[in-house]
Every structure is written in structure tokens, then in C-alpha cells.
Design a protein around this ligand. Structure first.
Ligand code: GRF
Length: 201
């Protein structure tokens, strides 16, 4: 299942790649904190169930976390993909799905990550630093912002006349390539692990 906040091009890339690369997986749910997110529209057009769950709808952080936990348990998901989710996932969820939550970040972590490093802020910081290479990173999500194990990266050159917008567009193409590949790898690993478990039972 996926979490997304905005336009949804990573969700779209994932839907397309699951078909094109024959990834043995199905997106069972897309949750967004933003009822107007393009990601929800893209999911609905692909007949994927959607939910709008925002912390603002709940009287406490605990109630919000419980609503997310309930939604996740109901779909029995093996893998959670943060495909452009602009919020921090509650710690309880990170702890409940260790090694099973992926995030896509639009820079080469561990550089240009952490609190406040999202969207165009990331690309502004990369350009301001004078770096000649940026890129995209898929990593495992743990309790610390952008600090989980890196599982795939792709470099993207920073051109001398880049603006945050032009760099973002080039990095986004890399995101659309590596997120589906990382998901395919993890799905394969999950299948191997469950086969081993069955053999040993
Ligand atoms: C992407 O750049 C992603 O890395 C970041 O937010 C953006 C979301 O784009 N976390 P989209 O909604 O997937 O089009």
C-alpha cells in the first residue's frame, strides 16, 4: 500500500511498473493526508481503494495513529511505500513494520535529508551548495527522518543553469525509475522469506 500527499507521479509510476515489469504485487490501498491529492485520483482511476486520513481530523495524535494502524491492518499489507508522502509517519507504525516501509527522497541521502528537506527546498539546497551531482534515493523508513538503510540510488547531474524546478524534474525521472525497481527487489525478498518460512514449518 502507498502513502502520498500530492501530485502522485510516483504512485502512477508504481502502478505502471507493476504491470510493465510484472512485479508480483498489488497496491491494495492509497492513503493521503490531502483530500485533493492527485495521487488519490490516480489510484481511483486504477480501481485502487483510497482513504483520506489527516491528523487534523482527529482530536489527538494517538487517535490519528490508531486510525492509520486500523486502516493498515484491514488490508493486511506486506509493504508500505511512501511515494511522495510529506508527513512523518507515527513512530508506532515504523516500529510495527520494521524493514517494510520504503521512502523515495529527491536527493542523494545522507546528504540533503532530514527535517525541512522536502520538495523544492531540497533542490534549492543542492544548487546553493554547489554540488555537481544530485539524485534520488530509496531507503527503509525508521524513526529518524531520512536516516534508514539506503537500498537504491541514481545519480543525476546538476547543470550550471539549473533552477530548483529544472533539477526537480530531472530527479523526478530518476525517482520513477528506482522506486519501482526497489519495490520489485523487496517483493522478491518477501516472497523468498515467506517460502523459507513455509518450508521450515
Ligand atoms: C517527489 O519528489 C518525492 O521524492 C518527494 O515528493 C515528490 C512527490 O512527487 N518526497 P509525486 O507526488 O510522486 O509526483
Amino acid at each position: 500500500m502507498c502513502f502520498a500527499s500530492g501530485r502522485g507521479s510516483n504512485v502512477e509510476a508504481l502502478i505502471r511498473s507493476i504491470g510493465a515489469l510484472h512485479i508480483p504485487a498489488r497496491i491494495v490501498l492509497v492513503i493521503s493526508n490531502n483530500s485533493g491529492a492527485g495521487a488519490l485520483k490516480i489510484a481511483r482511476n486504477a480501481d485502487i481503494p483510497t482513504l483520506h486520513i489527516s491528523e487534523k481530523q482527529y482530536e489527538s495524535h494517538e487517535r490519528f495513529t490508531q486510525a492509520l494502524l486500523d486502516a493498515l491492518s484491514a488490508v493486511h499489507t506486506d509493504l508500505i511505500v511512501l511515494a511522495g508522502y510529506m508527513k512523518k509517519l507515527p513512530s508506532e507504525i515504523c516500529r510495527k513494520y520494521p524493514g517494510r516501509i520504503l521512502n523515495i527522497h529527491p536527493a542523494l541521502l545522507p546528504a540533503f535529508g532530514g527535517k525541512g528537506m522536502y520538495g523544492l527546498y531540497v533542490h534549492e539546497a543542492v544548487i546553493a551548495s554547489g554540488a555537481q551531482v544530485s539524485g534520488a534515493t530509496v531507503h527503509i523508513v525508521n524513526d529518524e527522518y531520512d536516516r534508514g538503510k539506503i537500498i537504491m540510488q541514481e545519480n543525476v547531474p546538476v547543470l550550471h543553469d539549473d533552477t530548483p524546478e529544472t533539477l526537480a524534474a530531472r530527479v523526478l525521472d530518476a525517482e520513477h525509475r528506482i522506486l519501482p525497481r526497489a519495490v520489485a527487489d523487496i517483493v522478491e525478498q518477501i516472497q523468498k522469506d515467506s517460502h523459507k518460512k513455509l518450508v521450515h514449518e
